[in-house]
Design a protein around this ligand. Sequence first.
Ligand code: NAD
Length: 278
Amino acid sequence: MPTIIDGKAISTAIKDELKKEVADRNIKATLAVIQVGNDPASTVYVGNKKKACAYIGIGSKSYELPEETTEEDLLGLIDDLNKDDEISGILVQLPVPKHINEKKITAAISPLKDVDGFHPESVGRLCIGQEGFVSCTPAGIIELLKRTGVEIEGKECVVIGRSNIVGKPMALLMLANNATVTVCHSRTKDLAGICKRADILIAAVGKPKMITSEYVKEGAVVIDVGIHRMENGKLCGDVDYDDVYEHTSAITPVPGGVGPMTIAMLMVNCVKAAAWEK
Ligand code: NAD
């Protein structure tokens, strides 16, 4: 029987470990969470992040800015927070409104407080194997694999997707863990043929149920990063779970797989930020 990788249980275990560490080591940390505008999905994500901070015993400060906030004002706030010793981590909830340049915002956050791991310096550190903040979703996938006992070293890994926040850092992390990595994207030829080689297949393609059993080698580990709301209101991933399940040795469900890990790894980064020499 394939293992259903329980991201909810693993994320709870991580948060409980952090809660203990924060209490035992008397760690003082405060996460600044900036939201520009009031996109309902962003409001839910921000709320969940603040709840997770409270759960593990660190502070959070909210900055809810109006939609019409200028780029200059947002950069000014980030600059103030960069200099504020009480703030250990800074997060700007993405996406920001169109009149604000996301790249500029990401690069303005001090790399020492970059708990999302999106700053070019963080990405560079990941690339050359230096200690730094790692993008939360791919870091969470490594934890899922390790805590499920999936061996990564020497395995053939195929990542579908090359976005800056999932696909690329995912490929770098698998490489750092000694997998042999192939990255596929929208221009890849014979996608199914390449995926079928994978011992570990990671789908971050953003297309509901695209990955069917045709893409999966018998006994592969399948990690589904996608999240989509179907017409019936239920959630599904990039993987056609019902079709693929019996061909895998382990698989993440949607919901309850990769999703809960993102916030758990954000909390890991917040605790790390508190200890980071400023
Ligand atoms: P994205 O749209 O930025 O990137 C998608 C990637 O898939 C691109 O690199 C593109 O080249 C590739 N792609 C698109 N169509 C393809 C095709 N037909 N064949 C092969 N490759 C193709 O998306 P993203 O931000 O990387 O997110 C991917 C998915 O993961 C989305 O469904 C998103 O909602 C989800 N996501 C989940 C979490 C989480 O916490 N679980 C976090 C981030 C993203």
